[in-house]
Every structure is written in C-alpha cells, then in structure tokens.
Write a new protein. Structure first.
Length: 267
C-alpha cells in the first residue's frame, strides 16, 4: 500500500516563526493610524451606554454579596467583554477581508514571510486592539467609580494574554470560513453567549448548576474572575487555575490557527 504523503506545511507541527512576524503587526498598526478617528466612537459609546443602562440603571435594585455597589462587581468585567469583541472583530472580519478580499496574506507569503509568521502577526495585532479597547473601557469604568484600586492598572499588561487567546480562537475559525457571512454564526454562538454567561452581570452561583458548568468552559469566565480579583485586591490561589486555563486555551487555539491558516493559504 502506498503511503499518502502530507505536505510538511500542513502538519500540526511546531510553528516556524521569527521576528519577521512583526512586519504584519506593523502593517496593521500603520493602517490603524490612518483610520482610528473613524473607529473611535464605538469603543467609547457602547461601553458607556452599557454601564449607564445596566451598571447604573440597575444599581438600586441589585445587591451582590461582598460588593458595596453593583458597579464594583459589574465594572471590572466590562474590561473583559469589550476587548474580547475588539479582538474578535479584528481577527474575524478584519482578517477575513485581508485574507479573502484584499489578498494581503497571499502577498505577504510571496515574500520571505511564512504563513506561521503572518498568522502570528495577525494574532499579535488582535491582542493589541483588545488592549487598546481595554484602556478605553477602563477610563469609562473608572469615571463611574467601578475601579478604585491602583492595582487595577496591572490588568493592562496582563490583558495581552487574554487578547492573544481571543484573537487565536477567532483566527482559527476565520481560516475555515467560506464566506464573510459565516462569521455571524461564530459571533452568535460563541462570542455573544460569553457576554451573558461569563459572570459579568450576576454571580453564576445563583444559576442552575448546568449553566455554571457550561460557563466554566468559556474562556471569558476565567478572565472575568482574574480581573475582578485584581480590581478588588482579592487575588486568590484559585485564580491560578483560571490562569492555567487561559494559557492552555491560548496555546491550543494558536496552534489550531496556524494549522488552519496553512491549509487555507498553502495550495
């Protein structure tokens, strides 16, 4: 029987990357420099309206044990969901356009850049967009009193890791998407449920057990727990489990993103 040879580039092997991946990051950064003014309204307005409607509007009706004000519980979680959306938008719709419509990825791999480096650069840029979004949201939450501890500033450098995780997951799906409209399924079935089931608006301990179990497997749940612990100066040993889960998911999603991008771009 003749063995079927699988091209090395398509195997799920160790990523072949170098500092050249930063060329992709810089390319996306330069584009952002030219368009950030037109995109500025969304990162501010949507978090602002969400905090007004849910964080402030419900404050007199909701009491969370261990938190003096509802905004103290709700505010730090806002630093998770909106950066998650930013990373997802960048590595879903943004990456799909660069890959399928503009031909940016094909042009990049015709140079000494490898598919792995293009993928890594995209993910790093998605994490950067998530970090930018986090700073915007942190300013808004702080204005409403949802962040009072200086320890919350530690969230900014830590946010790179969740940003890489969310970007890798999004790009792994994008690499398999047949059309831009299919990205809506990813957003509706993966991103939006995390907005409601990651413990952002209410303690999951008050929900049925099966909901809590499902929520535990969502990446955003663990990021919310860590951010809330940092913002309230209540970091616990249990947060190490959350950190380990984030690292594992980020690593697996990154390898999957590279694998699927190789299959998509190497013909």
């Amino acid at each position: 029987m003749t063995a079927i040879s699988v091209p090395r580039a398509l195997r799920l092997s160790r990523p072949q990357i170098s500092s050249r991946a930063l060329h992709i990051w810089r390319r996306n950064r330069d584009v952002y420099y030219n368009t950030w003014r037109s995109e500025l309204i969304w990162p501010f307005v949507e978090p602002f309206l969400t905090i007004i409607a849910l964080g402030v509007g419900l404050a007199d009706f909701v009491e969370i044990e261990g938190f003096a004000e509802y905004i103290d519980f709700f505010g730090p979680a806002m630093l998770v969901v909106f950066p998650m959306w930013a990373a997802t938008a960048e590595c879903a719709w943004g990456s799909f356009v660069r890959m399928d419509t503009q031909g940016t990825f094909d042009a990049a791999i015709s140079t000494p850049l490898s598919v792995d480096e293009v993928t890594t650069g995209e993910i790093l840029w998605g994490a950067t967009r998530a970090s930018i979004s986090l700073v915007y949201v942190m300013v808004i939450v702080a204005v409403f009193g949802g962040i009072s501890s200086p320890w919350a500033l530690l969230i900014i450098p830590f946010a790179v890791l969740p940003g890489v995780m969310f970007s890798s997951i999004s790009l792994a799906y994008t690499a398999t998407a047949k059309s831009v409209s299919s990205l809506n399924y990813f957003f509706a079935t993966y991103v939006t449920p995390q907005f409601w089931l990651a413990g952002v608006f209410f303690p999951l301990s008050e929900m049925p057990r099966w909901v809590e179990v499902i929520a535990w497997f969502t990446p955003a749940y663990h990021v919310v727990r860590i951010y809330r612990g940092i913002a309230t100066e209540n970091v616990e040993a249990a947060h190490l489990i959350d950190l380990a889960w984030i690292i594992v998911v980020a690593a697996v999603a990154y390898l999957l993103a590279i694998h699927f991008m190789r299959r998509r771009l190497i013909r």
